[in-house]
Design a protein around this ligand. Structure first.
Ligand SMILES: Cc1cc2nc3c(=O)[nH]c(=O)nc-3n(C[C@H](O)[C@H](O)[C@H](O)COP(=O)(O)OP(=O)(O)OC[C@H]3O[C@@H](n4cnc5c(N)ncnc54)[C@H](O)[C@@H]3O)c2cc1C
Length: 364
């Protein structure tokens, strides 16, 4: 089967990997090449279980996504700088809030054993893990939480499959003639549009409207002050009311990220936002100065009106499958969506209604 895959973010890369696992003789051409790929800019937190979101379909998908990511990491023995089950700490500034978070954790673990063990941690225990911070409130430590490096994750899968995939570093244009789908003039049996925030513009030439909008995300990567260092196995720290703090395997710390709905596809670093991210860092880490900023990451997420991801076959064109709208938890849901697209190719009647609304909700 000849397949075009548009996009090499976490969805496109995982789809290709899963397709080749199950159908090693697939003839795949992968198109990529736009700037702002969300997966490359991302922070890397995989911990959906204590989310307050009420969308049950999203939660089902994210819970299965975190589990699938763990399975992939084990199966392919991903190195720690790609995927690390580091755990995640959430702090709360009152005992009541802490108790309700612990209750939620107790409820959620019933159907999510991959959440691992969880327990209350005191501010001094947190300080032992992060000696460079000033004291925080007490928190909950969820040990099954993980962090991934989105760019390295894609690179890992790309390397695994490089012999079997033709990569075209150019924007892809889809055309339809009769019952046949073409990408940049070549005919394909199937077209997978894993185009993230660019789904609407990729489908527009077909007269199809996708209800997906771009959301700018920025985060800063900092070196710790005074030659302090961070343990490579340190968990993610999510202090209440502050930005998230994500240790990297390079000994740096990511602080972020923003959710900017009014900036379109703009990728410029905003001085005001950097100041705001640094200020959050300074409230947690004494002595942190602007000089500590090593790099600013900027990327474009896709989001939908109900902030839910979607995926499936286009009703108008059965040879085209799409996925988008992954929003701020797309590292968590991306790999399972890549896998589910292969499930839908193998079984077009597969029921995914517990995971996503009908595709016509978002694409018409
Ligand atoms: C700053 C930031 C922090 C984040 N932190 C987290 C986090 O901690 N945890 C979490 O779970 N999620 C996080 N996310 C969200 C997550 O990164 C995204 O939801 C997810 O990576 C989206 O994956 P995707 O494959 O759908 O899209 P992308 O990764 O954006 O990939 C889309 C790809 O399609 C290509 N493309 C598009 N159109 C075309 C075309 N016409 N022709 C050729 N190529 C095309 C692009 O070049 C790109 O490679 C974060 C995102 C950002 C920006």
């Amino acid at each position: 089967m000849k397949i075009a895959v548009i996009g090499n973010g976490i969805v496109g890369a995982t789809f290709v990997n899963e397709m080749l696992e199950r159908h090693p003789n697939s003839d795949i051409v992968q198109f990529d090449g736009l700037k702002g790929t969300a997966t490359i800019a991302s922070a890397g937190i995989i911990a959906p279980w204590l989310s307050k979101r009420r969308n049950q379909k999203w939660y089902n998908l994210a819970r299965q996504g975190a589990e699938f990511m763990q399975e992939m990491a084990q199966k392919y023995q991903m190195p720690k700088d790609v995927y690390l089950q580091s755990g995640v700490i959430y702090t709360r500034d009152s005992d009541d809030k802490l108790q309700s978070l612990l209750e939620l954790a107790q409820q959620r673990i019933q159907n999510a054993p991959q959440m691992g063990d969880f327990s209350e941690v005191t501010s001094s225990q947190i300080k032992k893990l992060f000696p460079f911070i000033q004291s925080t409130s007490n928190g909950v430590f969820v040990r099954g939480g993980a962090r991934i490096d989105g760019q390295r994750f894609i690179h890992f899968l790309n390397l695994r499959n490089q012999e079997k995939v033709q990569v075209v570093q150019a924007p892809a244009k889809i055309t339809i003639e009769g019952q046949q789908a073409f990408v940049n003039g070549s005919n394909f049996d199937l077209v997978i549009v894993a185009a993230g925030a660019w789904l609407a513009q990729t489908l527009a030439p077909l007269g199809i409207q996708a209800q997906v909008r771009p959301q700018k995300g920025q985060l800063i990567e900092i070196n710790l002050p005074d030659n302090q260092f961070i343990d490579h196995n340190a968990p993610v720290l999510m202090p209440e009311g502050e930005r998230d703090f994500i240790p990297t395997n390079d000994g740096t710390l990511l602080i972020g990220a923003t959710h900017e709905n009014d900036q379109g596809f703009d990728l410029t670093v905003s001085a005001e936002i950097v100041k705001d991210l640094l200020a959050s860092g300074q409230r947690i880490i004494p002595g942190l100065s602007e000089k500590a900023i090593k790099h600013v990451r900027v990327g474009t997420r896709a989001y939908t009106e109900d902030f839910a991801p979607f995926f499936g076959r286009l009703p108008q064109h059965s040879q085209i499958l799409v996925a988008s709208g992954l929003g701020s938890s797309g590292l968590t849901t991306g790999p399972i969506i890549g896998k589910l697209l292969v499930d839908l190719i193998d079984n077009p009647l597969l029921d995914v209604s517990h995971l996503t609304k009908p595709i016509s909700t978002y694409v018409n």
